[in-house]
Structure formats: C-alpha cells, structure tokens
Design a protein. Sequence first.
Lengths: 409, 157
Amino acid sequence: VKKVFGVALGILTAIGGFVDIGDLVTNALVGSRFGLSLVWVVAVGVLGICVFAEMSGRVAAISGRATFDLIRERLGPRVGLLALAGSMAVTLLTFIAEIGGVALALELTTSVNEFLWVPLAGAAVWLVLWRTKFSLMENVFGLLGLALVVFAVAVWRLGPDYGHLWQQASHPARPAGEGLPTYLYYAVALFGAAMTPYEVFFFSSGGVEEHWGPKDLGTMRANVFIGFPLGGLLSVAIAAATTLVLLPADIQVDTLAQVGLPVAVAVGKIGLAVALLGFFAATFGAACETGLAVGYSISQYFGWQWGKFVRPREAGRFHVVLLASTVVGVAVLLTTVDPIKVTEYSVVFSAVALPLTYFPILVVANDPDYMGDRTNGRLANALGTVFLVLVVVAAVAAVPLMLATKAGM
Amino acid sequence: VIPAGSGPRGQRPRALASLVVTACLFLGGCVTPATGSDSYRDKAVTSVRAATSEVATAQLTVRLLRRHRIMQPYADETITANETALGSISTAFGSVQPPPEDDPVRIEVAGVLSAAEDAVAAARIAARRSDRPGLAQVAGDLREVSDDLADAEKSLS
C-alpha cells in the first residue's frame, strides 16, 4: 500500500508540477490566436521531455550521480562549460519569469502592485530553498498545482463542440490573417516551453536527492510516462479554454490576468480563486525548481557539495548560488521589466539552448561505464536521435523567426 | 601564390561585416520608422488590432463584474493593465512619422485609440468604485469603441 501511495503521489506531483509560467502564458496565448492548431507541438514536446527525463532519471538511479556531474567528466570541461553557460542562462531567465509570475498571481489576488510583491516573493522562494525539505517542497507545490485542473473543468462547463475542437487539433491549419513565420515562431515557443532544460536538471538531481536506486526505476518511469503526459493535458486544457472564450472575442493574451478570464466565464468566482491558487502554486513551485536547477548545475560542474539532503552549512557554496540567483532575479524584476515578456523570451531562448542540454544526456545515457547494462535501448536511442534533430532545428530557427516576426507580432 | 586577403583570414572580416550588416537590418526592422504609406498603414492596423484586444478584455471583464463572476481586485488589475497597454499603443503609434498623404489615417486612428483609452479609464474608475450604474454605462461605451475600432481596421485593410 505504501508503494502504491508513493507511486500515486509521484504521479500527482508530476502532473501538478508540470505547468509553469512558460506553459501557462504560451499555451493561453497560442490558444487565443491559433485555436488548437498548435496542440500537436505540445504533444511532440511532451513526448520529447518524457524521453529525456527518463534518460536523465535512469542515469541518476543507476550511477547515483546527477546530469552535470557526469557531463563535465564525460565530455570534458570545455564542452561541459558550454552546456552549463547555455543552459544556465536560460534557466536563470526562467527563474526570473517564475518569481515575476508569483508576484503577478499575488497582485491579482490582492490588488497590491506586483513590484511590491517581487522582493517578498523572492525572499519566500529563497527561504523555502534554504529551510524546507526537498520532498515536502516537491509534494506541496506539486499537489497545489493540481488546482489548474480548473481549466479542464472550465472547458467542460463551456460545453464546446468537441468534434470541432478535435478537428482543429488533428488537422492543424494556420488561421486566416496569421503568417507562416508567426505560426512557426509560436510552434518553436511551445516546443521550448514543453522541453525547458531546467526540468531534466531538476528531475535528475531530485533523483539523487531522494536516493533513487535501480529499484526505483519503475516509480520514476510511472512519474514520467503517466505524470508528464497528464501534465501536458493541463497545458492543452489551458489552450482549449482560451480558444473557446478569448479567440472569438478577439482577445490576444498578453497578461496573466487574461489567462484566468475563461475560468471566470465558465465557473465564476470560486473557479477563478482556484485558478489563482493554481497560478501561485505553479509559479512558486517552478521558481523553487528553477532556482535549485541553477544551484545544482553550477555546483555539480565545479564539483562542490550540493543538495538539500545535506545541511546548508555542508553545502555552503550551493546555498550561496541559490541566494545570489534569487537576488539577481529580484533585481532584474525591480527594473520594472514585464514578467510576461521575460516569459515569452525565456521559452524561445529555451529552444535555442535545448541541444546543449539534451545532447550530453544522450551521450551519458549510452556510456556503459556509468550505466552498466542499463544503457539506452534501441527505442530510447531512436527517439533520442529524432528529438535531437528536432531540438537542433528548433534551436537554429528560433532567433531568425523571432527577428522576422518581431517576436510574434 | 595566394594573394593577401584572399585566404580564410581575409574572408573573416568580410564575413563579420556581412553578419553585422544583416543583424543591423534585422534589428532595425524592430524599430524602423514608417518608410512609406504601406508601412504606415501596417503600423496603424497593428495598433488598432492590439487596441481591439485590450478593449475586448475590458468589455469581458466588465460583463463578468456585472454578473458577479469575478473578484473586484482581479477585475481592477485586468482593466488597469488594459489601460496601461492602450497608453503604450497610443504613444507608440503617435511617435511614428506619417507620410503627408496619410494624415487622415493618423487622425482617424489616433482618435479611436484615444476614445478607447477614455472608455477603458472609465471602466477602471467604475470597477474600483463598484459603481453598478457606472458599469452599465461603461459597457455601452466600450461596445461603441469596439465597433469604431472594427470600422477603422476595415477601412485600413
């Protein structure tokens, strides 16, 4: 019973923890402009993150070491540094967007200006990173993130023509008035949002934090192959809700407040309150994950003691990185930069950094010195290679598309 | 004998220069002033579409507020964000130098953007005061502005 409970809890937290500010904003924005014609990208992205999360989780469970720990050792300090620099730049940008998302969720709840909330949100995130146990943090925010299921309830309450929605999703067509470059730009953004690099760093380091071993491979795979796709369905529900309410009203999402409006239309105040809880949990949980991902990766690359499984004083440099990242994040947000714009850029630059993250994982997962007889099988390698080609295409196309479309305008 | 400047070293500055020129052209595209009537009209259409989205959001929010389906702070923040965005749209459009033949376009679009700002500001005031008769009045004003924006977009297309 304990094992079943553990697996169920892992799946639920994987679902609730899947959506972050990038998924929220990008899916809502795309739904309000393109309907469900880009849902196929979410499906591809979710499959991709499942493939690489399983690989990085397996590496952690078999070798007992996390991703960056092995990347530097296996690929050398120069390639490791390149991977670190690219991935960390994007993860830091995502961290900033998540703290901004927390402040925006609090602003919508209280009507107190977001910039007053930013330092408090940063301090709260840092306190949780410093004092809270890893499993408590993961479970609480993962479970609270399930509040976003209210978007699926909203879709159901709106009573849509499901055949029409399915038609849109299964026969993707560019809406009239939207250019092909813009359509492709948002396809890359959705792909970047679904395959954000921090997710695999956090997932594999979390495995080490929780002392995964070969016996935990089944639980890990259940989290990945059941939890992540169900989390992806939450993303689709957000896109479907904005497709049904905002698209016909000519509303294009550019604020977090607009994301919640379909829930208010369909479910009313209680639904909106639940959505706000979901916004807060999703962004706060992801802020903790991205903050930790920055600390994990830098510490692992330089060979410092890291993790929340040891006391803060035993991993001093790791905690200094966490504190410094939080201070940088808060400082950037206090320049009055729009967190939603930061989010939009973070998902696109995430696409640029994808090869730097996923290529090294594929290499390490194929190395018998680390993996013994648990190296990638044919299917994992075939899927890994296909997705590597896709992430390279997305990475190459991201910046030219951004410039050509003036960031999707 | 390979002439100086024809080898890889000589090609590098040229390649770099091409890259810089290309980057400047791309980046320049983000902030370029109107270079002709078509460009100006494109900017006008973009501004009107963006304003339509903001006004439609305010309309929906006012409707939800009147039906007690949204919390007052949430509605206030939503409409305030619409007002701020409209201010930015109006300022950005106003700062573009119009070609002489497009003065009527500038007057029409600036007028409708200004009316949109006024209507959304009125919605924000009524929402903060929880002024129900005021909200009913504002709902009508927003509908009118929304129609004007649609007309302006049609006339520009």
